[in-house]
Design a protein around this ligand. Structure first.
Ligand SMILES: [Zn+2]
Length: 140
């Protein structure tokens, strides 16, 4: 299977902005109207693989289009990057790094059908977990 984001240059209709190292496209399929993806042109899978020039343009573009969403589409906007190498690639899962910009509103469909259930997943951090993980993150 080819990478849909590497083959994207043929699909001009979805492109909102063509930068030097990144482009902005409509997510298709999308979770809500105005769901955008900021995608590096080069095939990378993790943030650490980006050059500092790519990092800068990616982050500047995310900021620019989050502001556009807030000005023109919705009162809120989630910014999300997933890294899940354990999932198989398919139409909904592409390993090529991309940043989701998702217009959000109070009690929107994503909240009502999915994120409302996250409330049950949140837990206070047990002290022992905090100690163990803090040690793990800080050790050289
Ligand atoms: Zn790719």
């Amino acid at each position: 299977m080819g990478c849909p984001f590497c083959d994207l240059n043929l699909e001009i209709t979805r492109t909102l902005k063509e930068g030097e190292t990144v482009r902005v496209i409509f997510s298709n399929p999308r979770l809500m109207p105005g769901h955008l993806l900021v995608v590096p042109k080069r095939h990378v899978e993790r943030l650490k693989e980006l050059t500092s020039i790519e990092q800068q343009e990616l982050f500047d573009t995310v900021i620019e289009f989050q502001q556009q969403i807030l000005d023109k589409i919705a009162s809120g906007c989630d910014v999300r990057i997933n890294y899940r190498p354990f999932q198989k690639e398919d139409k909904l899962k592409v390993h090529h790094l991309h940043v989701h910009l998702q217009p959000r509103a109070l009690f929107d469909e994503l909240y009502e059908k999915s994120q409302i259930f996250e409330k049950d997943v949140f837990k206070e951090i047990p002290k022992v977990e905090l100690d163990v993980l803090k040690k793990r993150f800080l050790e050289k």
